[in-house]
Design a protein around this ligand. Structure first.
Ligand code: KIV
Length: 281
């Protein structure tokens, strides 16, 4: 039986399965979800890893950035996603300020997220500057995914969603961050918005899988925000994004048709079990 990746077995994937996929040369399919319904759909479609991203703040809640996400919010979304996922490994983002302030807060928040969600791991943004927190969380028995390159929680410091690691110095720092995270024990690293050549270099250097978003084809896996790839988030169309459906358009058209039919009193109709009212009522 060949479980990791496209295997037919429906048992829950573990962090080990995700790591083994790199050594087997199997691409890791990661995608975000924020609720049980979409989690069960992406799980059934064969996603290996479901990320409960703090992008929930912008994608679902209409915020400009991810900064407003809270531990309570991530715990709620983590819990309902875990309910919908029977095979995929569920990873919950640690939100802004839940791990940066102190090692103690980082461990407590990560532990509470795992304890109250049923997820299998947490994800933290950053490299060497948070390595003490990463080590302590892993030391407490909590699996961690790293996140380098454009890190949305640092959007103001980075001057917006820009490609990172362009010049050689920045590339070297990013590679060092990846090595430090791998040495600290993360089981995967998300690489966001970096040049494909740097993503390839990092992927070849570290033993843990890299999961890219806007980082080219040579990462060990890819992650996309579900609502972006479904075309629900119509205002967001960076070059790296492929839309696999146009559900925003489909939703608008469906609701407009419904509105038209309600106003014309043509819905509900006979085929929905209702007889048109005759003169006698
Ligand atoms: O919050 C999120 O959705 C993420 C992905 C973009 C990787 O961190």
């Amino acid at each position: 039986m060949s479980v990791p990746g496209g295997g037919s077995a429906r048992r829950k994937l573990t962090t080990f399965d995700i790591m083994v996929m790199k050594s087997r040369g199997e691409k890791i399919v990661a995608i975000t979800a924020y609720d049980a319904l979409f989690a069960s759909l992406v799980d059934a479609a064969g996603a290996d890893l479901i990320l409960v991203g703090d992008s929930v703040a912008s994608v679902l809640c209409g915020e400009e950035t991810t900064l407003s996400a809270t531990v309570e919010q991530m715990t709620y979304h983590g819990r309902i996603v875990a309910r919908g996922a029977s095979r995929a490994l569920v990873v919950v983002d640690m939100p802004f300020l839940s791990y940066q302030v102190s090692v103690e807060e980082a461990v407590r928040n990560a532990g509470n997220i795992l304890k109250h969600t049923g997820a299998g791991a947490v994800k933290l943004e950053g490299g060497c500057e948070i390595i003490d927190k990463v080590e302590a969380i892993i030391g407490a028995g909590i699996p961690v995914v790293g996140h380098l390159g454009f890190t949305p929680q640092a959007v103001h410091a980075l001057g917006g969603p820009r490609i990172q690691g362009i010049d050689e110095d920045a590339a070297m720092f990013l590679e060092e961050d990846a090595v430090s995270l791998a040495q600290a024990g993360v089981f995967a690293i998300v690489l966001e918005l970096i040049p494909p050549s740097l993503a390839r270099r990092v992927t070849e250097t570290v033993s843990v899988p890299t999961i890219g978003i806007g980082a080219g084809p040579d990462c060990d896996g890819q992650v996309l925000v579900l609502h972006d790839m479904l075309g629900l988030n119509e205002g967001f169309s960076p070059r790296f994004l492929k839309r696999y459906a146009e559900l925003g358009k489909a939703t608008r058209e469906a609701v407009a048709r419904y509105a038209e039919e309600v106003r014309a009193a043509s819905y509900p109709a006979a085929e929905h079990g209702y007889e048109p009212a005759g003169d006698g009522g």
